[in-house]
Ligand binder design. Structure first.
Ligand SMILES: [Zn+2]
Ligand SMILES: [Zn+2]
Ligand SMILES: [Zn+2]
Ligand SMILES: [Zn+2]
Length: 328
């Protein structure tokens, strides 16, 4: 049943209002009026949308408050629908493309490495690829494959590089240092508050994992009061910005709650970005009769096309040489 059908049948004694909502939903060219007092756009000058549902308009705050009791239920329902549309949209890829070989960067952590010198994330294949000199002799490659800066050797050099990246408002570096504070490692004194502050800064700069880590802080009460609602809110933000782990975890939460359809949707999105664990979960849902054979077939195909996208012989060679370069 569509939302407008629902409004029609949901007769709670405010027929005019319901009629009005229906008109607004089905025909945008109709005259729009305040859902509370019925004043038109012309009479009222500036009708404003209910921000939660975008379904009705009001002259002012007083009209909105007066109308709240009869609008509340429908408003919540529509707001939840709008939220789900955003939540289940295909997110951007987690890392984007490798700036050297232009192939999609694998989602698996070991498939690429962040370079503190230039702030680029480079695929394992390009990091591992041999470098030759003018005479065609293989040289010992101790430089960044992208910007050719020599790799840092000492802890001081690493910290110095990271400081420079921080000054440049580099989201990934800010996030990493936040994580060092959380763990109290690499010379950063353990400090949850400082970690959170940096996560928020990195999140604002677009680092998807930072949202996930803020969620973890609320989940565990690290530097904040435990608040599961907020934890979930931040997990969703991380997932919507392309973080595959957060997406997979949302699937798990929904599965635990018995919402198998929603779980499946999350797993499918995580799988599209190559999160292999999600394939296992879908397989399990299928074996328990909570997903169909079609779902499982689609899942297999989805993962297969991800592999086609990320595979390269250069990456295969790197993975064969070192476990730390495994990329799927
Ligand atoms: Zn009004
Ligand atoms: Zn509303
Ligand atoms: Zn590459
Ligand atoms: Zn570099």
């Amino acid at each position: 049943m569509s939302t407008s059908d629902k409004i029609k049948s949901n007769d709670d004694g405010v027929c005019e209002v319901n009629e009005m909502l229906q008109n607004m939903n089905t025909n945008d060219t109709d005259v729009v009026v305040c859902a509370n007092c019925g004043k038109s756009e012309e009479e009222s000058h500036k009708l404003k949308h209910c921000n939660a549902c975008m379904m009705v308009k009001y002259c002012n705050r007083e009209c909105q408050i007066a109308h709240r009791p009869q609008h509340k239920k429908e408003c919540r329902k529509r707001a939840a629908e709008l939220h789900d549309i955003e939540l289940f949209k295909e997110p951007p890829s987690q890392w984007g493309d490798c700036p050297i070989c232009f192939l999609l960067l694998p989602t698996l952590n070991t498939g690429s490495k962040y370079q503190s010198c230039c702030g680029k994330r480079i695929c394992s294949g390009c990091i591992h690829a041999p470098v030759f000199d003018n005479q065609g002799n293989k040289v010992d490659n101790q430089k960044c494959a992208f910007c050719r800066t020599p790799h840092p050797y000492t802890k001081e050099e690493i910290v110095e590089m990271q400081k420079k990246r921080m000054e440049k408002e580099d989201a990934e570096t800010i996030y990493n240092i936040g994580f060092h504070y959380r763990e109290g490692r690499y010379g950063f004194e353990q400090d949850y508050t400082k970690a959170l502050e940096l996560y928020h800064r990195a999140a604002e700069l677009g680092e998807a994992r930072a949202y996930g880590s803020i969620g973890v802080a609320y989940n565990n009460g690290e530097g904040v009061e435990i608040d599961m609602k907020k934890a979930y809110y931040y997990y969703e933000l991380a997932a919507m910005r392309g973080n595959a782990t957060a997406r997979h975890n949302l699937g798990l939460y929904e599965e635990i709650a018995g919402n198998f359809d929603r779980a499946l949707k999350h797993y499918m999105i995580a799988l599209k970005s190559g999160y292999a664990d999600s394939l296992e979960e879908i397989k399990e849902l299928y074996s328990k009769g909570q997903a169909t054979k079609d779902d499982y077939t689609k899942a297999l195909r989805t993962y297969q096309s991800y592999l086609v996208e990320i595979k390269s012989s250069q990456r295969d060679k790197a993975a064969a040489a070192h476990e730390e370069y495994r990329y799927y």
